[in-house]
Design a protein around this ligand. Structure first.
Ligand SMILES: OC[C@H]1O[C@H](O[C@H]2O[C@H](CO)[C@@H](O)[C@H](O)[C@H]2O)[C@H](O)[C@@H](O)[C@@H]1O
Length: 640
């Protein structure tokens, strides 16, 4: 301790990450407190400072230390590691032990945890941040256990700390958390909505019957609740170490909710997903992280589209004002990079999702669009002119083609890469991993990709898109009606993100998508219904919610409008579906297509490459129909 400052050493060796990079909202949103995380290279956890072990969870995956100077540090080894029930962990300390910086705390099997848990990244958090006046985080990228100063804290002045303690102390002075436990149960929709409940070191974990019954606002307004979210079918309420077990005990005492194990909760939540749902979830997990890059690219491509194509008159803007040509060209380079190198983005996200090294995912994606390969977009012409470059591998002719804009080839290649990497990591000794695992995994995956995975999945991707195009050509009215009607319900289930892959595949194979314009109109329809509710609503709360969520829907995000307003009253949701179904049929029959995925709302017109006028008519339909139907019904119902 120097000048009131306390140094917290790295408890593990590895790569230092910011908490925002930890894929668990409890940590990334700092619900438990501020700090840093370490992606460990080995499984030796040591004490980061002198102090007392105030908590070591029975499953040995989390250790809380109270330093001699009063700083509380939580080391949470891996993510969702509570589910491992101690397997792979060995504790060297117990609650109440005094430790010195550098003393061994826990040893764990990194590879086992990496494979079995949601992640091995280890947050190191100051959990009594309210008593810390100053927190400095290291700028180092690599942590050496016991050597790197990870965090530096400085205690608050005495008077500040007294103030803080006074303002947050009500729960601890009362009978042990019974009121809080009851309030939480109530906010979760009552006992009847709770199937199973358990807790880990930081949070209560529930398998709920219906998560829509949760009153998130009142839950998160409770002083004791630091945040809540739903993940992997579990509803989780973050309370904090040292308190969560007491709240849980009170809940079990006060209610008919029996004690349950993590397995019970896992089983109760796991039951809910069938293979199709799991597949959808995997695709959503892969595509949601890359969505911002794709939408940005789509928006910029849309601006270029308006500049270079004769959209509003016979001549394009560039034809009329040629001095803008350079600007338009520069925009298109910036814009289409995300699409040209799409396999690299998907490779990054997919390999990460499948448990491998995401950087290798980027590399496998880039290999698939290497400039020396025949560009996928020139493949059709090369087939016609019988001019496809090949490699000769001991007599085996392999087409030397790239996979620009393709989705399926890189998805499968990423899966294979991650599996090979995980397989090898378990078998190659730590000191040789860098030398052997990545090069071998990449080489094998690269060869498999060019020889088998690429050609087969490229063909499958083309069959899927040809099939979809044929169906929509043949049954345009029905196709548009059905997709227009089903898109919003799919958003409710989260299944809609699967269609992002389909849109990207359509663009990669045919140069455009006829599905995305329907998506944009469906979103606008939900917004229009919410706006009608805003006009008719009497209460300020509903008016405000309907207005802001309507705007959000018009800018491409519909959940606030749907969950906050339209689904609550049902008829606005149905009115929106009617509008988007009719508009979907209309624009499909008019062959409206988009060249890219843009902002799926009013600015969506920027991305339309064919049938701009019809798209605007469609926009008129999804504004007028849902608005009028909702307005009329709401007038009647809300004035009763
Ligand atoms: O698929 C491309 C579109 O993705 C986003 O919109 C979709 O996801 C949103 C979040 O779940 C949802 O609110 C919206 O209804 C869906 O269409 C993105 O916001 C769109 O701009 C993008 O075109």
């Amino acid at each position: 301790m120097v000048n009131g400052q306390e140094k917290i050493l790295a408890p593990l060796s590895g790569t230092i990450k910011s908490l925002e990079d930890v894929p668990d909202p409890t940590f990334s949103q700092k619900m438990m407190g501020d700090g840093l995380a370490i992606d460990p290279t080995d499984g030796k956890v040591i004490a980061p400072l002198d102090g007392e072990i105030v908590q070591i969870f029975p499953t040995k995956h989390a250790v809380g230390i109270l330093s001699d100077e009063g700083t509380e540090v939580l080391i949470h080894i891996g993510l969702d590691t509570v589910n491992l029930d101690g397997e792979g962990f060995e504790a060297h300390v117990k609650q109440g032990d005094k430790v010195k910086a550098g003393d061994p705390l826990v040893t764990f099997d990194v590879e086992f945890v990496r494979k079995k848990a949601a992640g091995v990244i280890t947050p190191v958090i100051i959990t009594n941040g309210e008593q810390v006046g100053f927190l400095e985080k290291t700028n180092e990228a690599i942590a050496v256990a016991g050597d790197t100063v990870l965090l530096t804290t400085e205690k608050q002045s005495e008077s500040e700390s007294v103030k803080q303690k006074k303002s947050g102390a009500s729960a601890t002075s009362e009978a042990p958390y019974s009121r809080e436990a009851n309030d939480i149960v109530h906010a979760l929709g009552g006992e009847e909505n709770i199937n199973v409940a358990t807790h880990c070191v930081t949070r209560l974990r529930f398998a709920l019957d219906d998560e829509d019954k949760v009153n998130k606002e009142s839950l998160e307004n409770m002083d004791i609740v630091k945040g809540s979210f739903s993940a992997n079918g579990q509803f989780q309420v973050v309370i904090g170490q040292g308190t969560v077990d007491k709240v849980y005990a009170a809940m079990v005492d006060e209610t008919n909710i029996g004690e349950a194990s993590k397995e019970d909760v896992k089983a109760a939540t796991g039951k809910k997903k069938n293979p199709l749902q799991r597949g959808i979830k995997v695709l959503a997990d892969i595509f949601i992280p890359i969505l911002p890059a794709i939408v940005t690219a789509g928006l910029l491509m849309g601006i270029n589209n308006i500049l270079v194509n004769p959209v509003f008159s016979e001549q394009s803007i560039i034809d009329m004002y040629p001095q803008w040509a350079g600007v338009a060209n520069m925009i298109i380079i910036i814009a289409n990079t995300a699409f040209t190198f799409l396999p690299a983005l998907i490779g990054w996200s997919a390999v990460k999702r499948f448990g491998g090294n995401e950087l290798l995912g980027v590399v496998i994606g880039l290999i698939m669009v290497h400039p020396d390969l025949l560009n996928a977009w020139s493949y059709g012409d090369a087939v016609k002119s019988d001019d496809i470059p090949t490699w000769n591998l001991f007599g085996l002719e392999v087409e030397k083609i790239g996979y620009q804009g393709q989705v399926l080839p890189v998805l499968f290649a990423s899966w294979v890469l991650a599996k090979i990497e995980i397989f090898m990591k378990k078998r190659v000794m730590d000191s040789l991993q860098l030398l052997i695992v990545a090069p071998v995994a990449l080489l094998i995956t690269g060869f498999l990709t060019f020889i088998i995975i690429g050609p087969i999945t490229f063909a499958i991707g083309n069959w899927i898109t040809d099939g979809l195009v044929a169906i929509f050509d043949q049954f345009a009215l029905l196709g548009g009606l059905v997709y227009g009607a089903l898109y919003a319900p799919m958003v409710i289930t989260g299944m809609h993100h699967t269609f992002l892959a389909v849109d990207l595949q359509l663009i990669g194979s045919t140069g455009s998508t006829f599905l995305w314009p329907i998506l944009a109109l469906s979103n606008i329809a939900q917004g229009a219904a919410a706006f009608a509710m805003m006009l008719v609503a009497r209460g300020e709360k509903l008016k405000g919610l309907a207005g802001t969520s309507g705007l959000s829907a018009w800018l491409g995000i519909t959940e606030p409008a749907m969950f906050g307003v339209n689904l609550q009253y049902k008829y606005p949701f149905v009115a929106a579906i009617i509008g988007s179904s009719i508009a979907g049929a209309f624009i499909t029959m008019q062959h409206v297509t988009a060249a890219s995925i843009g902002i799926g709302g009013v600015p969506g017109f920027l991305s339309i490459e064919n049938g701009m006028v019809s798209f605007f008519i469609g926009m008129g339909i999804v504004i007028v129909i849902p608005f009028i139907i909702t307005f009329i019904i709401a007038k009647r119902k809300l004035s009763q």
